[in-house]
Design a protein around this ligand. Structure first.
Ligand SMILES: Cc1ncc(COP(=O)(O)O)c(C=O)c1O
Length: 486
């Protein structure tokens, strides 16, 4: 495929005869007053329909996604998501329903939202959930704003939140955004929260703790009950970052351990893929004492059916219009109903088994961050390869692309040098896991025998090494074909 853009492929006057854009314009468009019309037509590319279809089909084929192959991107739970949920979410009864319809004309939608909330509450041991936040990070903000309001409404000015160094990066950012001061709690040599350090940090200024569990090393916080108890004794609240719930769903309820707030990433565990620029959903669950602070509206069951509840005087307000990214919530509803409680237990069991299988097979060739069992993901370090042959985690990730796999997450968590964070998920078969192991073992041999091969990877892609820092920091994806369009 040529690397030309549609603008470069464009030829003046080229078009498909049977398409007449003017005739397709709805009447309302033709009624735009003359003085509001642009002086010159936009310089759109001119191509035939076939050229357009081929251009975009070929571009789509260059994409890597969960529907194409293995995607072991740690901390992202890139698993296969059932088509049935997609199909139901595309039904016009759901996708074309106007959000301002009166509740009596939206009973099906409201029921789906209400029942999803009930199921998530049951799975997490929480009193209620809001479905509004549109990502995990926004869920965190929602949760921490409620923590803040809880303390302030009691006349308490506590302002410190403890965040372990093994937390997801969004946790400290969220605390700052919610107006708290962050204090980082170190991990012990086992990768878990250092309880004696935590004890020393607790005082009457601590508003709470934000705990990612399993943490970013893929480890379950064994002292989780003690952590919760200690924070509560100091008058703080305990926040559970449940974005990694794929490891625990159906087996563990944060509420049973004493957590006060929890967020989930529906776009990881419950039927929608993470990333890719699509919408997400980060519902937040709370225990009874925080219920009044939930964003408004909630859906409740009234005498005449389901209805929106706006009468919430202590609410932190709104985070999103209507029911949040409701089609993502609907996918989660279908997913939960499809799997049931037994199916969900199998999800977490298989996700953890797959990760332990990979870890066990790879830890002779790569240094694991921690010995022993992991949860749904694990972290390897390429530090020995870097020291011996100058091969970095980045080189290993790039070489995997040549061998037909999406790279794992690299350089995260920050506590592990040359980190490679691998999350296989439950939806891969044994053959795929074995093929990935073979590729990783081949790369380990190549690192010894021919490190330059890895430094130059990927070799079989349309483009090789990109300036990723510049791409991230100077994002400019707008093409300006003509001066007048600038
Ligand atoms: C543990 C954890 N917390 C929070 C987040 C943030 O979620 P989002 O990317 O939807 O904002 C993620 C993202 O994957 C995560 O893994």
């Amino acid at each position: 495929m040529s690397g030309e853009t549609v603008f470069e492929k464009s030829r003046p006057g080229r078009q498909t005869r049977y398409i007449s854009p003017r005739a397709e314009l709805p009447a309302s468009y033709r009624e735009v007053p003359e003085d509001l019309l642009r002086a010159a037509p936009p310089s759109l590319p001119e191509l035939t329909e076939a050229e357009v279809v081929r251009h975009y089909t070929n571009l789509a084929r260059m994409n890597w996604g969960v529907d194409v192959g293995f995607y072991p991107l740690g901390s992202c739970t890139m698993k296969y998501n059932p088509r049935l949920a997609e199909q139901i979410a595309s039904w016009p009864e759901f996708s074309a329903a106007h959000p301002l319809r009166p509740a009596r004309a939206a009973q099906g939608w409201l029921r789906a939202l209400y029942e999803t909330e009930r199921m998530l509450s049951e799975l997490c041991g929480m009193a209620r959930f809001t479905l509004q936040p549109s990502a995990g990070a926004q869920g965190e903000l929602c949760g921490m704003l409620m923590v803040r309001k809880y303390h302030r409404d009691r006349g308490d000015s506590r302002n410190i939140v403890i965040v372990p160094d093994s937390a997801h990066g969004t946790n400290p950012a969220t605390c700052s955004l919610a107006g708290f001061q962050v204090k980082v709690c170190p991990s012990g040599p086992d990768g878990l929260v250092d309880i004696s350090a935590l004890k020393e940090m607790l005082d009457d200024q601590v508003a709470g703790i934000m705990l990612t569990n399993p943490n970013t090393l893929g480890l379950f916080e064994r002292e989780i009950q003690t952590i919760c108890d200690l924070v509560h004794e100091a008058g703080g609240l305990a926040y559970y970052d449940g974005a990694n719930f794929n490891a625990l769903v159906g087996r563990f309820r944060p509420g049973d351990m004493g957590f006060d707030v929890v967020h989930l990433n529906l776009h990881k565990t419950f039927g929608t893929p993470h990333g890719g620029g699509g919408p997400g959903s980060g519902p937040v669950g709370v225990v009874e004492k925080l219920e009044p602070f939930l964003p408004t509206p909630l859906v409740r069951k009234g005498a005449e059916g389901f209805e929106y509840d706006y009468d919430r005087p202590h609410s932190i307000g709104r985070l999103h219009a209507f029911g949040g990214n409701a089609l993502v919530v609907l996918r989660a509803y279908v997913y939960l109903r499809l799997l049931g409680s037994e199916g969900l237990r199998e999800v977490s069991g298989s996700a953890v088994l797959a990760a332990n299988y990979l870890k066990h097979r790879l830890e002779k060739a790569y240094q694991p961050s921690h010995a022993g069992r992991c949860m749904h993901e694990f972290v390897l370090s390429a530090a020995p390869q870097k020291k011996k042959r100058g091969v970095r985690a980045l080189d290993i990730g790039k070489r995997l692309i040549d061998l037909g796999f999406h790279p794992p997450t690299v350089y995260f968590p920050l506590t592990v040098p040359e980190a490679l964070m691998i999350e296989p998920t439950e939806t891969e078969n044994l053959e795929t896991l074995d093929a990935f192991v073979e590729a990783m073992l081949q790369i380990a041999r190549e690192a010894e025998e021919n490190p330059d091969l890895l430094h130059e990877a990927p070799r079989h892609t349309p483009v090789g090494r990109l300036d990723e820092v510049r791409a991230a920091k100077e994002l400019d994806i707008r093409r300006r074909p003509n001066k007048e369009d600038e």
